[in-house]
Write a protein that binds this ligand. Sequence first.
Ligand SMILES: *Cc1c(COP(=O)(O)O)cnc(C)c1O
Length: 369
Amino acid sequence: MVDLIGQYNKIQEQVDKSIIDVVRSSQYINGPEVKFFQKELEEYLDVKHVIPCANGTDALQIAMMALDLKPGDEVITASFTYVATVEVIGLLKLTPVLVEVDSKTFNLDIESIKKAITPKTKAIVPVHLFGQSSEMEEVMKIAKEHNLYVIEDTAQAIGSCYTFSDGKTVKTGTVGDFGTTSFFPSKNLGCFGDGGALFTNNDDLAMKARMIANHGQSKQYYHDKIGVNSRLDSIQAAILRCKLPYLDEYIKHRNWVASVYDEAFNDVDWLEIPFRNSNSTHVFHQYTLKTKEINRDEVRDFLKENDVPAMVYYPVPVHKQKAYDYLNSREQSFETTMSLSESVISLPMHTELDQEQLDKIISTIKKFK
Ligand SMILES: *Cc1c(COP(=O)(O)O)cnc(C)c1O
């Protein structure tokens, strides 16, 4: 599905040197590399503050803590997402309110958000799934109307751009009160272990988030808030500094792969190619097809037997997971989410795929039926 070694080989000298430099500097925690990376990511995203942290899940948690969300507050998020988004809401004893996604974009369905709002609703967490932005103009409109916070889960969409109806274009994750991302190795900008970050244009929220990520400390040994220990290692920051200048190139290659797939599968009647939203660029964290009128699991098994990796993101929606049994949203049918979980299939997608590999993947898939 990914080729992390192939990507590393191309920048090996640079990466190895950066790692050794950190090792020799002995500044392993909060060293200068972390601050340089923070600055460079702020510039890339054109956002006022980047707060590095230990992983993408922590980034979501720190955002919710910095917004002072309290037990019982309702937080609206997508039913079709990676579990981390919902997990932190539950962990903080907030109430996750799962809502339907749009069957084309896989992102939060706007009408479903409106229906889910109650006097207890405090925040909306749009997840920019598979690499494409949610309908942020609509989300922000609803948030403003109901005085809600917005935290954008940008773990899969770093580098994508969103264009508002007035023509203004910004990087995904910089629209809401907070954006969060993950540098998990297989993410579009991945390090060699765990890593994450929050983004915000709000000075006060940035200060709070920074404090919470560091034991709620205002200055050394003075703790103003209950916080967590969540830092990006200097070594990971050094690796990310090597890779950030290539992110746009990586995105370009992913888009090339997607266009090759699109062309190959556009006229296959049992497959539906990914929808491209006109107001967002796609960074193709995943290339996800929908199967039609066939058994998706048979396709997946067939590909596996023929040495083509393929994955299902996500086979069991959050509302069907044991840990989330307690959510009364379980009563709802979640028709779109259920149907997606039964029909989607993601193909290999990474920066090292070449025409030859793609030809093999494509011809194998076409042999299925
Ligand atoms: C990967 C991911 C996360 C969590 O990131 P980690 O760094 O693994 O904690 C959260 N949300 C989404 C949508 C993700 O894909």
